[in-house]
Design a protein. Structure first.
Length: 132
């Protein structure tokens, strides 16, 4: 076989392989906002979930009840303000899935209500079923 035939055969194989390459599906879309109603049905919260460049998910707090006379600092409320002054839930691990993000938003909401009503410190440990 002469070199041109070898090159032609290789190009043909590469084209065949390229035709078999399938583009991966786009990442699952994240809903713009989600409304959560407390377990007791008295209070609503609204969140925005945004995927970050590192693949993690950040949970922005769009609406929540007032803290009234309770402390509103980041430690007491498990909230942080971004550079653009948007407030999000403070979580000590990367949030990688929407299932876990929804669970954290639910936990944070219920703990926020508990903190507002009783003044007891917020707990930040999710149930095991939310594990990634």
């Amino acid at each position: 076989m002469d070199p041109r035939q070898i090159v032609g055969a290789l190009i043909g194989e590469l084209r065949a392989q390229a035709a078999e390459v399938v583009e991966p599906p786009p990442p699952p879309s994240i809903p713009r906002t989600v409304v959560y109603r407390s377990v007791d049905g008295t209070t609503y919260f609204r969140f925005a979930f945004r995927r970050r460049p590192d693949g993690s998910i950040r949970i922005y707090i769009l609406e929540q009840p007032s803290y009234g006379h309770r402390e509103t600092g980041p430690h007491d409320t498990h909230r942080i303000a971004s550079r653009s002054h948007r407030v999000f839930i403070c979580w000590d691990q990367m949030i990688r899935t929407m299932r876990v993000a929804y669970g954290i938003a639910q936990l944070w909401s219920e703990e926020t209500l508990r903190y507002i009503r009783t003044g007891q410190a917020m707990r930040s440990r999710p149930p095991q079923r939310w594990g990634e």
